[in-house]
Design a protein around this ligand. Structure first.
Ligand SMILES: C[S@@+](CC[C@H](N)C(=O)[O-])C[C@H]1O[C@@H](n2cnc3c(N)ncnc32)[C@H](O)[C@@H]1O
Length: 348
């Protein structure tokens, strides 16, 4: 690449800024989303337009996601030969592959809400043959039947690939329909929320899921700008509603609102609560659970639910964080936190 692009310059200044300033969960949340976008812009060739469809064969190559805290997660699961593992968020199959390679003769059940992720994972894990089975759906609704697992991993949120495919509507750097559904079978989209929910409801989700301080002004501006059909129209409306000095800061003013909408569309926190309430029953005694979260709202839920479960013993007093090296190599990993728990043999 020749001269530095605007985005590269912004990345460099954001890195410098972060090392100097506070590293609170909130800032990390925003930086994570921001870095993820920037990383993807720089790191991959663009697909031509929104008609590039999910059916395109090139999509498997385009579906790029670097697994986060992979060594730590595999070690934490204490993967053993002949075991049966559950990857509740298979995504680009990075963690799944490492689990399958960690010991011979083990089996893996792979879940994802996203049909495309399942398709990609199926292709990437084809060489493991019948050792892998797939299920498309929300991990909160999974029914394992009699099956109990030696280990379960959940790597929460959206994948880089989902963010990067502009037609999914998760990102505002290219114009696309306001979609944001991980599972295209569900009817609720971001477009529906943005155009039909009350301004008070909008403000509430921006505040609750995005920790957005200008939630009310943004909601009012959205109300005045309706209908808003695309990601860029929404991002512009948000930028218009915040004070000037926030328009040119190191985080785009739409970052928190997009995060909030994504959480609301996919009911991410409610799904996580249900999953954590059920997951201990899916583990064999001494089976391990590894959960990777990317923002403080998720991590708070994981921390408390693991601690409160009488069936689980928490093995990580503090969450495991990525090394400096990993943070540098994969900016998306910066805000990751890994917590591990083990199913107790008898209720203690
Ligand atoms: C961070 S990515 C996982 C990446 C994966 N560990 C890898 O190494 O490639 C998160 C994935 O979880 C999926 N996901 C998020 N919430 C889910 C849920 N409630 N149920 C099932 N899948 C979910 C997303 O569709 C996405 O593909």
């Amino acid at each position: 690449m020749g001269g530095r692009s605007r985005w590269e310059w912004r990345t460099a200044s954001a890195v410098r800024g972060q090392s100097r300033t506070d590293r609170s969960g909130t800032v990390e949340l925003c930086l994570n989303v921001y870095f993820c976008f920037v990383h993807l812009i720089i790191g991959r060739s663009r697909l031509p337009n929104t008609e590039k469809s999910v059916g395109n064969e090139r999509l498997t190559e385009e579906f790029v996601h670097i697994p986060v805290l992979s060594e730590e997660a595999i070690a934490g699961l204490a993967v053993r030969a002949g075991g049966h593992y559950l990857d509740a968020t298979v995504g680009g199959a990075g963690h799944a592959r490492l689990i399958l390679e960690a010991a011979p003769d083990l089996c893996l059940t792979a879940i994802d809400r996203d049909e495309l992720a399942i398709r990609v994972a199926r292709e990437r894990l084809a060489s493991f043959g019948e050792r892998v089975t797939f299920w498309q759906g929300n991990f909160a609704q999974y029914e394992p039947g009699e099956q109990q697992f030696d280990g379960i991993i959940a790597d929460l949120g959206v994948s880089s690939a989902q963010l990067d495919l502009s037609e999914r509507g998760f990102s505002f750097r290219e114009e696309a329909r306001l979609d944001m559904r991980m599972d295209a079978r569900q009817s609720l989209t971001a477009e529906e929320i943005v155009n039909h929910w009350d301004e008070t409801e909008l403000a509430d989700i921006f505040y609750k899921y995005g920790e957005e301080r200008f939630s009310r002004r943004i909601a009012r501006q959205i109300g005045r700008s309706r209908p808003l059909r695309t990601t860029t129209e929404l991002a512009e409306a948000i930028a218009r509603s915040v004070p000037g000095r926030y328009r040119h800061g190191r985080i785009h003013p739409a970052t928190r609102v997009f995060q909030a909408l994504r959480i609301a569309v996919n009911q991410e926190l409610a799904s996580l609560e249900t999953f954590l309430a059920r997951v201990a029953d899916w583990l064999k005694p001494e089976g391990r659970l590894a959960v990777i979260s990317f923002h403080s709202l998720e991590d708070r839920i994981v921390k408390h639910r693991l601690r409160e479960s009488p069936q689980l013993r928490v093995l990580t007093k503090k969450p495991i964080r990525p090394s400096e090296q990993e943070s540098q190599n994969n900016p998306r990993s910066r805000s990751a936190k890994l917590r591990i728990a083990e199913r107790v043999t008898a209720i203690e």
